[in-house]
Write a protein that binds this ligand. Structure first.
Ligand code: ATP
Ligand code: MG
Length: 268
């Protein structure tokens, strides 16, 4: 039975960075020589698929060899079944990256149940954290996990029933700013506190950089040094480093497919 490591990017909060981080992770792994496939579950926006289409067009236009994941947009209207798409890619890929829409969606839920690694990008804001856990207005301590933690908890239980596997849940802090603001410190502290109760890991993601918004039309990432050419500056060296650290933080090599991750604490 073919097996690939499945990484699902999901957060019902729109605009939290699912597509941006999923593309960067998929391309970084492909650039590192891994056989990567990507599935875009956002049939309407298709940000991940459009990004990779732009990338293929750039490769063709410039003649640059740009490592590009195989990809498909999931479309139930075309008769797609998610399990079939996953199985099809798993036959000849080592990693499958799934990007999901920023809303509750039955297929996104199924992709969470199937995930070996679930990545939830989140901005350092109590508004974003509110989906994961509610914070006391006076003390900023966690009062209780929220509906999204419960949704993931249910998905993890379903996964256990299906094949005894576990979902390694990673909260990825996106759009990090390097100013030490008091509010961000409080959010980070609340996230750490919640991580123990709900059973997720917190890893640093990408910092807030204009370049992440500008690379889309060419389908490039900061790892595409030559193609970016003279535009690469000092800041981009640091940005490439944070991209590598983000991928390292996912700790994919530590999770051979469908093996037990450390035990997960109950949500609630
Ligand atoms: N690290 C970053 N620095 C600067 N801009 C960013 C960063 N991450 C994401 N963005 C920008 O934020 C916006 C939302 O990001 P993205 O589309 O990746 O989020 P999403 O979670 O996929 O959204 P949706 O829920 O609509 O699918 C985009 O304009 C993107 O370019
Ligand atoms: Mg998106």
């Amino acid at each position: 039975m073919p097996n690939a490591h499945l990484i699902t990017f999901a957060n019902e909060k729109g605009g939290s960075g699912k597509s941006t981080t999923s593309v960067h992770v998929a391309v970084a792994l492909a650039t590192a020589g891994r056989r990567v496939a990507a599935i875009d579950l956002d049939t309407r926006q298709r940000t991940l698929a459009r990004y990779l289409e732009n990338r293929l067009a750039t490769a063709q236009r410039t003649g640059e060899a740009l490592a590009t994941p195989s990809f498909e947009t999931f479309d139930p209207a075309r008769g797609h079944l998610l399990d079939d798409l996953i199985e099809g890619f798993a036959a000849d890929h080592e990693v499958i990256v799934i990007d999901t829409p920023g809303r509750d969606d039955e297929h996104a839920r199924a992709a969470i149940v199937r995930a070996d690694t679930l990545v939830t990008p989140i901005n350092d804001s109590f508004v974003d954290l509110d989906l994961i856990g509610q914070v006391d207005p006076e003390t900023f301590k966690i009062r209780r996990p929220s509906f999204y933690s419960e949704l993931v908890w249910e998905a993890r239980k379903a996964r256990g029933r299906i094949d005894g596997g576990t979902v390694d849940w990673v909260l990825l802090r996106n759009r990090l700013q390097h100013l030490e603001a008091r509010n961000m410190r409080r959010v980070a502290d609340a996230m750490q506190e919640l991580s123990k109760r709900v059973g997720f890991r917190v890893i640093p993601g990408l910092s807030e950089r204009v370049i992440y918004r500008e690379l889309f039309p060419k389908g490039l990432t900061l790892l595409d040094l030559k193609a970016i050419g003279s535009e690469a500056g000092i800041g981009h060296v640091a940005a490439r480093q944070e991209l590598r650290e983000m991928v390292a933080g996912l700790a994919l090599s530590q999770w051979p497919q469908h093996q037990a991750a450390p035990s997960q604490a109950a949500a609630g």
